[in-house]
Write a protein that binds this ligand. Structure first.
Ligand SMILES: [Zn+2]
Ligand SMILES: [Zn+2]
Length: 317
């Protein structure tokens, strides 16, 4: 009798735990914010500007990993990517995706992380650029959305190229841990920048890289302490928002779904900050439906951009 009671209690505990676990993956849209009502900044983007997607590999996940309401059974390839932004005053690489030494770097991650991470390297960004005849002297800097492993893996493949980060992200890198490689890189030329310019599209400050409004960075802390969003506007009016890991999949914006609670606990430094910035982007997308939002790990977003194989002579300014 006593044994059966214990078994019953254990079974009930398992059922409750399972129900709670599944609940973290169920749909729970955030309340819809009012559309952004501020002014739209003017830009003087040079005609030579262009963006190119550099897909460096994938991470095998399921939709449920990316957003609440996603299926636990639907497989999704999460993109691991860099983006080349060409500009006559100097090109920028937004993140690096996987680099040449991803295998060695990955082994410095905690086993608890490696146990549920299954990635595939396609081709590092540096190799794609050199194969396309890209002139490295055109590359002004690497601009990080944030410093997690899958965004910085390729930094050592670009020796001497400055890496632009915010001050809080630089501190985050110095401290190490949480989503970073066990051994930090040496010899990287980090350069810090601030948000000296005024509010921009609903964000509290901004950093206009070339002073022409074509590439503007805004603070978006939450996923990491110094995460940013990078707005790129081409001369033809095409406007991109590189949101890093604010959301992992577009449904985060279109369905107003955060990452599941369990995943937020692992992935985000400050879940509340992430939520506030997510709501800002949702409000902005309401106002600017044509805005192309590029979560770093959504293949569909990268499909909106040309690749180096679509053009020839990418080394020409
Ligand atoms: Zn991240
Ligand atoms: Zn990431």
């Amino acid at each position: 009798m006593h044994v059966s009671k214990v078994l019953l209690a254990s079974a009930a505990t398992v059922v409750v735990a399972l129900a709670l676990f599944l609940r973290t993956f169920s749909a729970a849209p955030l309340p819809k914010p009012s559309p952004y009502v501020g002014s739209l900044p003017s830009t003087r983007s040079p005609k030579e500007m262009a963006v190119f997607a550099l897909l460096t590999g994938v991470n095998h996940r399921v939709a449920a990993y990316g957003y609440r309401g996603g299926s636990l059974l639907e497989r999704r390839e999460f993109s691991m990517a860099a983006t080349l932004v060409k500009h006559p005053q100097g090109d920028l690489l937004i993140d690096t995706g996987f680099g040449r030494n991803i295998e060695g770097q990955f082994h410095t991650m905690p086993w608890t992380f490696r146990a549920w991470t299954f990635y595939k390297l396609w081709e590092p960004a540096a190799d794609q650029l050199w194969a396309a005849g890209y002139d490295q002297r055109s590359l002004r800097a690497i601009l990080l959305t944030h410093a997690h492993w899958d965004h910085v893996s390729g930094l050592p493949d670009f020796p001497g190229v400055p890496v632009w980060v915010t001050s809080p992200e630089r501190q985050f890198i110095k401290k190490g841990g949480h989503g970073q490689f066990g051994n930090s890189f040496t010899g990287i030329r980090y350069e810090e920048y601030g948000f000296e310019a005024g509010p921009y599209l609903g964000f509290s400050g901004s950093h206009d890289i070339y002073g022409d409004g074509s590439i503007v960075v805004v603070p978006a802390s939450g996923h990491t302490p110094g995460s940013v969003i990078i707005f790129v506007t081409l001369q033809n009016g095409t406007r991109y928002a590189f949101v890093g890991d604010l959301v992992w999949q577009l449904e985060g914006i279109t369905q107003r779904e955060e990452r599941p609670w369990l995943i937020r606990k692992f992935a985000d430094s400050d879940a509340q900050g992430t939520r506030e910035n997510l709501l800002r982007m949702i409000a902005l997308k309401e106002r600017l439906p044509e805005l192309i939002i590029v979560p770093a790990h959504d293949m569909r977003a990268f499909a909106e951009m040309p690749t180096l194989s679509d053009v020839s002579g990418t080394n020409r300014q």
